[in-house]
Design a protein around this ligand. Structure first.
Ligand code: RP5
Length: 172
């Protein structure tokens, strides 16, 4: 557990309900790679592999994970169920999947958790933000990572300012 895409000492667990979610969830893996955060990635389905889901959640902390990113679509119960079984922070990624009506079903299934069992829900298909948020959580106790996040923000700012400058010049 898990049995795919394993690295040494992962601190973030990226899980998803189906391989059809991978196209979206890859963005979480990509941004964690740029921050050099070790992660594992696998499929855990709340409905099709409920026993695997329980085992994943119950062993996550002892295996060294610090944050779990869980993506699912439609009747998206995976993030909430994982959150019900662990004290690790769980970030939910609602996915507009093949069985999703319009994406709202996925969003509300993940967002509307009962008091006591929070899931930090990002925007529809926003796996990149889930990866950034996971890094920010880890950055609280990791100065090097926190610096990388700070540089990331500075780069974003520069990109936008460059675009703003370009628009002004183009409009002259
Ligand atoms: C959910 O059902 C999965 O997370 C996925 O988003 C959706 C569709 O799964 P597949 O039928 O494509 O395997 O549980």
């Amino acid at each position: 557990m898990p049995d795919s895409k394993q690295v040494k000492h992962p601190v973030v667990g990226i899980i998803m309900g189906s391989d059809s979610d991978l196209e979206i969830m890859e963005a979480a893996a990509a941004i964690l790679k740029t921050f050099e955060v070790a992660f594992e990635l696998t499929i855990v389905s709340a409905h099709r592999t409920p026993k695997r889901m329980v085992e994943y959640a119950l062993t996550a902390k002892q295996r060294g994970l610090k944050v779990i990113i869980a993506g699912a679509g439609g009747a998206a119960h995976l993030p909430g169920m994982i959150a019900s079984l662990t004290t690790l922070p769980v970030i939910g990624v609602p996915i507009k999947s093949s069985n999703s009506l319009d994406g709202w079903d996925s969003i509300l299934s993940i967002l509307q958790m009962p008091n006591g069992v929070p899931v930090a829900t990002v925007a529809l298909n926003a796996a990149k933000n889930a990866g950034i948020l996971a890094a920010q959580i880890l950055g609280i106790s990791d100065d090097k990572l926190s610096e990388k996040l700070s540089d990331f923000k500075k780069d974003m700012e520069k990109t936008v300012l460059d675009k703003a400058e370009k628009i002004r010049l183009d409009q002259l």
